[in-house]
Design a binder for this molecule. Sequence first.
Ligand SMILES: *[C@@H]1O[C@H](CO)[C@@H](O)[C@H](O)[C@H]1NC(C)=O
Ligand SMILES: *[C@@H]1O[C@H](CO)[C@@H](O)[C@H](O)[C@H]1NC(C)=O
Ligand SMILES: *[C@@H]1O[C@H](CO)[C@@H](O)[C@H](O)[C@H]1NC(C)=O
Ligand SMILES: *[C@@H]1O[C@H](CO)[C@@H](O)[C@H](O)[C@H]1NC(C)=O
Ligand SMILES: *[C@@H]1O[C@H](CO)[C@@H](O)[C@H](O)[C@H]1NC(C)=O
Length: 396
Amino acid sequence: MRWFIPSLLGLAGLVPAVPAPIALPGVTPIVKGKAFDRFITIFLENQDYAKVAIDSHMAELKRHGILLTRCYAETHPSQPNYLAAIAGDYFGNNHDDWVRIPENVATIVDLLEDKNISWAGYFEDIPSPGYMGNYSDGSTGTDGWDYVRKHNPFVSFDSITNHGERLLQIDSFDTFQRAFAARQVPQFAFLTPNMMNDGHNTTLEFATEWSHKFLEPLLADRAFDEPTLIALTYDESEDYAQPNHIVTLLLGSAVPPALRGTTDDTFYTHYSFLSTLEANWGLHNLGRYDVGANVFKFVAEKVGYAGNRDPDNAKSVNNSVSYPGALHNTTDKVLPYPPPNTRLIGASGLPVLPAIVKAWEGQPGQGQKTWQTPYDGSGRVVDGDLNLPVYKSPLE
Ligand SMILES: *[C@@H]1O[C@H](CO)[C@@H](O)[C@H](O)[C@H]1NC(C)=O
Ligand SMILES: *[C@@H]1O[C@H](CO)[C@@H](O)[C@H](O)[C@H]1NC(C)=O
Ligand SMILES: *[C@@H]1O[C@H](CO)[C@@H](O)[C@H](O)[C@H]1NC(C)=O
Ligand SMILES: *[C@@H]1O[C@H](CO)[C@@H](O)[C@H](O)[C@H]1NC(C)=O
Ligand SMILES: *[C@@H]1O[C@H](CO)[C@@H](O)[C@H](O)[C@H]1NC(C)=O
């Protein structure tokens, strides 16, 4: 764009000056990762692995990527799974009502910003950037709720909403599409479609057809300038009586060509998204269930991470009921937020983020014999019935 200053031109007949190039706001340098430079995740709603795996649109998408055959959500209903995916725990949450999580609970945002890695959350039909309300109507045009807070984990964390610059990274699908067209999609992007497109109010096929269409341009040759990993996943399964087995499909240019159309039978949960990001970019960790979660196999191989294994209680995985915690809605199941285990070393070989250690300094018990935390870095399955979290002192 050229800038003209008409009065000056008129006065002196000067040749218009060419201004120095200005960096566009929001354009930050790319931080290279070992297996990918960008991670995009799209969350669909409430379907069982067995049904999704045989869907025709999924079959078509599967040809482009790696199907994770043993990926589990953390619990039911929706909201705790979204919280878990960015914070490494769901803090006993067992419902979809409004929650608010205190400032000293960190998320993936803290880990990314520590390395200057750009990020954003995109929510279809969110009525404005940083909107913190419970619901909004939107593109369906029926006055039904298209946008729902329970599918947007970012706005429940004070560590995000108390900071305007972070809050403004919570934006709409229109903004995502503009960023995509401008080749400026942040390096971490978390997307939730509206209540129709994510399958919540529609059908399995409606959501997979939507996904197929939405993903086509993102999977085209040279859609992104950098190696990009796209994880299409579900928040939880539909059948609460079955273990919470979900489809996760790894797509995008970062998937090695030889692995397209294959499956990976490693045990995963949404916590694996966190450990994979940590391993890929050399991030610190959150000191929660992110530590010990298996890293996506092709990434583990690329970064030389040898810690992947089945949890010792993998056979009893059910993940259908929430364990007690701060966000449980039953009085006798409410517990304080557990302190992170600040002694854990994560998938990148690095310790807990120093800012997290600082935020919890001086908290009751921290660093003393009375320090009790459920996070032991073992990758053990935790749920609300057979596999309750075990609180122990990391010093024992
Ligand atoms: C807790 O939430 C669940 C799931 O929404 C609901 O069924 C249950 O009635 C709630 N219990 C209380 C005590 O509010
Ligand atoms: C959001 O929902 C909660 C209950 O889940 C309610 O207490 C709160 O008032 C609602 N907020 C708004 C802005 O409607
Ligand atoms: C992130 O950017 C800030 C400001 O430009 C800089 O001071 C800091 O060293 C950068 N951190 C890393 C890990 O590159
Ligand atoms: C989707 O269903 C929920 C009930 O689960 C309802 O509150 C909401 O308005 C519906 N949204 C649309 C767009 O129909
Ligand atoms: C999983 O947990 C749910 C809720 O407690 C229960 O109904 C179901 O039988 C369990 N399923 C398995 C396979 O253990």
